[in-house]
Ligand binder design. Structure first.
Ligand code: 5GP
Length: 140
């Protein structure tokens, strides 16, 4: 299947839809997931168009993975989570719902189970505060 530029992350990358931004550079956008599986659920999205890992240019990962690590460390510090889950889904049967490559950084809290994938919408003020707190940790 080919890349469809009308997907929601492509619209966000073009500035057509707002987001709670944590970080942006020439290669990637980091933003809060609006249907978080846990407090602080963050998405790292390369700007280069690909549906997912399977059709991405391998070059994308060399720039992206150090950022994924930095965001994981910052999200853990900002949320005081006990761990971080890294998730990435490829095609619908694997759980993918938005067809533009992205990595999920999901803070894990001792004794807490995760909310459903792409489930309930988070409070906008809480997302804004989390984006700010994670950005502050990234800039340390
Ligand atoms: P996937 O299932 O494709 O791996 O993950 C897509 C993610 O995007 C889901 O976790 C879902 O909650 C999130 N999501 C869907 N629509 C939006 C949106 O409009 N804005 C943001 N920030 N996240 C979204």
């Amino acid at each position: 299947m080919s890349y469809d530029p009308s997907n929601i992350f492509a619209k966000i990358l073009r500035g057509e839809i707002p987001n709670h931004k944590v970080y942006e550079d020439e290669t990637a956008l980091v933003m809060m997931d609006i249907f978080p599986q846990s407090r602080g659920h963050t998405l790292v999205i390369p700007k280069a168009p690909s549906r997912n890992l399977l059709d991405a240019d391998p070059e994308v990962f060399s720039a992206l993975m150090p950022l994924v690590q930095r965001v994981a460390i910052a999200a853990k510090a900002a949320t005081k989570a006990d761990g971080i889950r890294l998730a990435q889904f490829n095609e619908a049967p694997a759980g993918q719902t938005v067809f533009h490559l992205h990595f999920h950084i999901i803070p894990m809290y001792e004794g807490q189970t995760l909310a459903a994938h792409a489930g309930g919408k988070a409070d906008e003020d809480e997302l804004a505060a989390l984006a700010k707190a994670i950005a502050a940790e990234l800039n340390r």
